[in-house]
Design a binder for this molecule. Structure first.
Ligand SMILES: Nc1ncnc2c1ncn2[C@@H]1O[C@H](COP(=O)(O)OP(=O)(O)OP(=O)(O)O)[C@@H](O)[C@H]1O
Ligand SMILES: [Mg+2]
Length: 251
C-alpha cells in the first residue's frame, strides 16, 4: 500500500435486519491519519457500520478493503490482528478484574506469545507498560480498583485503552464520550486525540454531541437510514439545512 491509497475503503456495503436497511450501499474512503466523526440519529446505522467493518457482522453485499486487503469473511480476531481495532458503545469488560489486569490481558493478547501467555501476563516490563498507558489515559489512580468500581466514563476509556493496547493502525470508537459528563467530555477527547495522534492511529468515532464533533473531527460523515448523506468538514456539513432538518433535529 502506498501512502496515497486509502487505509479503509468500503464499496456498496449493504445489510438488512428484516425490513430495516441498516447499511444501504455505503461507499467510503478513509485516508491514513484522518480523525473522522460519524453523526446520525438513533438507528441510522452507525454501529452497524462499525460491526460490518470489524467483522462482527457479515454484509449481504459489498467489499471492505483495509490496508489494501479485502477483509470480507475474515473473523473479527483476524481483522484485529491485521491492525483494525474497535471499542464498543456498551463496553464489554470483565467487571471482576482490576483495571490493570484488564489492560495486561490486552497487552498480552497483542504480543501473542502463545505458551508463555499466562506466565508473562504480570511480567515486570508488561506491568510497566500498562501503568504507563494508564498514566497517559489519566486512569493511573484506578489501576488496582475493580472494573466494576469505575464510573461509566472510566469504563469507556478502559475499553478504548484495551483496543489501543492491540496497537492498531485504524481504531473505530463507538460513542467514546457517552456516559461522560458534559464537563469531562472535552478532557476525555483531549486525551484521546493526543494519544491517538502521537501513535499515528487513524480514527473514526461515533458521536452525538455536535460540540465535540465541531471541536475534534477533521471530517464528519452524516448517517441517515443506513446511508451517508453528507461528508466533509464539520463547519460546512453541520450548517447544511438538509442535515440540520433531517438528522440533527433527531439526534
Ligand atoms: N442485531 C440486530 N438485529 C435486528 N436489528 C438490528 C440489529 N442491529 C441493528 N439493528 C437495527 O438496525 C438499525 C441500525 O441500528 P444501529 O445500531 O446501527 O444504529 P445506530 O446509528 O448505532 O443507533 P444509536 O445511535 O442508537 O446507537 C436500527 O433500526 C436497529 O434497530
Ligand atoms: Mg449505535
Amino acid at each position: 500500500m502506498n501512502d496515497a491509497s486509502p487505509i479503509l475503503q468500503t464499496v456498496d456495503l449493504t445489510k438488512h435486519f428484516g425490513m430495516v436497511t441498516a447499511a444501504d450501499g455505503i461507499n467510503l474512503q478513509i485516508s491514513q491519519g484522518e480523525f473522522v466523526g460519524i453523526v446520525g440519529a438513533n438507528g441510522s446505522g452507525k454501529t452497524t457500520f462499525i460491526n460490518l467493518t470489524t467483522g462482527y457482522l457479515k454484509p449481504e453485499k459489498g467489499d471492505i478493503m483495509f490496508m489494501g486487503k479485502n477483509t470480507i469473511g475474515m473473523p473479527p480476531r483476524a481483522i484485529i490482528k491485521s491492525g483494525l481495532a474497535r471499542s464498543f458503545q456498551i463496553p464489554q469488560l470483565y467487571t471482576n478484574m482490576t483495571v490493570l489486569e484488564s489492560l495486561l490481558l490486552s497487552l498480552a493478547a497483542e504480543s501473542g506469545n502463545g505458551g508463555s501467555f499466562w506466565h508473562s501476563l504480570f511480567g515486570q516490563s508488561r506491568v510497566s507498560e500498562g501503568m504507563e498507558m494508564l498514566e497517559r489515559f489519566g486512569l493511573r489512580m484506578y489501576a488496582n480498583r475493580f472494573v466494576s468500581e469505575l464510573p461509566e466514563g472510566g469504563r469507556k476509556l478502559l475499553d478504548i485503552m484495551m483496543s489501543f493496547a492491540l496497537k492498531p493502525k485504524l481504531l473505530l470508537m463507538d460513542e467514546p464520550t457517552s456516559g461522560v459528563s458534559i464537563e469531562d467530555k472535552f478532557e476525555v477527547m483531549d486525551i484521546l486525540v493526543k494519544v491517538l495522534q502521537e501513535s499515528d492511529i487513524t480514527t473514526i468515532f461515533v458521536e452525538h454531541d455536535m460540540e465535540v464533533i465541531q471541536r475534534y473531527a477533521q471530517r464528519v460523515l452524516v448517517f441517515n437510514d443506513g446511508r451517508i448523506i453528507a461528508d466533509g468538514e464539520p463547519e460546512s456539513v453541520l450548517a447544511d439545512p438538509e442535515v440540520r432538518r433531517n438528522v440533527l433535529g433527531k439526534v
